[in-house]
Write a protein that binds this ligand. Structure first.
Ligand SMILES: [Zn+2]
Length: 342
């Protein structure tokens, strides 16, 4: 098959488009013909070596995949060849303490499609049958591929972890990203009010169209001051944080008492300082979020069919132009998800 892969770490220039070993499904796995694959922040960490692929190099990125069933392993039942599917990207062992508690996303042997095994920057990908969900006819392959990581993690962070309620206020970092554009919509669906940040003025109208009430250009404005002003000096109930570094530290300062910071990524840096006085004196909670459940993914698909959630797609690139697609994201030119189509 053809795939976009890398043999050494670095920038977009390290991505090669060439022949690659065909994935062979195990008896309990499904071979999926990729129809669309979303780019994600974690892809960049895998590529540049900040999060080196656990299985080593060469490696194929891509954790958000929709496609059709190409073939099934001998033990797989109920999945017809050609069926439209979406791949749940998290793999859990099913037997560790946390899996047995029903908390599969913190499985001690947890793995990701596109991280712990080759992903969807390819014509074909394999995944356990347990990770394959039907993709409703009403959802195009491209829209579906914008969901499994960005939309699902935002959903789990806001709905399950932060327990977001109508009338609460949310600061969403980076409206232009896949996570940001999803989190704004989900917060609005919960009946919350949203303030968000962008890195350029041309993204302000985009963020407002998604449902943000107030948009801050973090390059020219202080988002903590803007948040305080917008909330009448109070601060927000919830922050969705996926940047890290100085943004993390400042996000804590944007919270009101009993506020919750949902951290679902570290696309700038893995490190974030915390002024502990804010945390203990205001009874703040810092909530880590890793993906969500398969049931939550199905719920999101239901909301998409109903027209209540719409993943924002910035641009679709042919798979052979994966290098240009990754550079587009590295340059922060995207408004929403960037996709690859074989
Ligand atoms: Zn487990």
């Amino acid at each position: 098959m053809r795939a976009a892969f890398f043999k050494e770490h670095g920038g977009a220039e390290k991505l090669l488009y060439d022949d690659y070993r065909d994935p062979v499904p195990a008896p309990d796995e499904v071979l999926v013909r990729v129809r669309a694959c979303g780019l994600n922040g974690v892809d960049l960490l895998l590529l540049d070596g900040r999060f080196p692929p656990p299985e080593g190099l060469p490696h194929v990125n891509g954790c958000e995949v929709t496609g059709t069933v190409e073939a099934t392993g001998a033990q797989v039942r109920g999945l017809a060849t050609g069926a439209r599917v979406i791949v749940f990207p998290g793999f859990a062992c099913g037997t560790c303490e946390y899996c047995l508690r029903g908390e599969r996303t913190v499985c001690v042997r947890y793995g990701y499609l596109g991280a712990h095994r080759d992903g969807g920057y390819a014509e074909l990908v394999r995944a356990p049958a347990a990770n394959i969900l039907p993709l409703p006819d009403a959802i195009p392959f491209e829209a579906g591929a914008a969901v499994p990581l960005a939309m699902l993690t935002s959903w789990h962070g806001l709905v399950a972890q932060a327990d977001l309620r109508p009338g609460q206020t949310v600061l969403v970092q980076a409206a232009g990203s896949g996570v940001g554009s999803a989190a704004i919509q989900i917060a609005r669906l919960c009946g919350a009010r949203v303030i968000t940040t962008v890195g350029s003025d041309d993204k302000i109208e985009f963020a407002k169209a998604l449902g943000a009430e107030h948009v801050v250009n973090y390059r020219t404005q202080d988002f903590v001051e803007e948040t305080k002003t917008w909330t009448g000096k109070r601060g927000v109930d919830v922050v969705v944080e996926h940047i890290g570094g100085a943004t993390f530290e400042r996000s804590i300062q944007a919270l009101t008492r009993l506020g919750k910071l949902v951290t679902i990524g570290s696309h700038d840096t893995h490190w974030g300082r915390v002024d502990l006085r804010h945390v203990y004196s205001k009874n703040l909670r810092i909530l880590g979020t890793n993906l969500g459940s398969i049931l939550e993914l199905r719920t999101i698909l239901d909301y998409m069919v109903a027209g209540r959630l719409k993943p924002v797609i910035d641009r679709t690139f042919p798979l052979r132009e994966a290098r240009a697609a990754v550079q587009h994201v590295l340059d922060r030119r995207n408004k929403g998800k960037v996709l690859l189509v074989p």
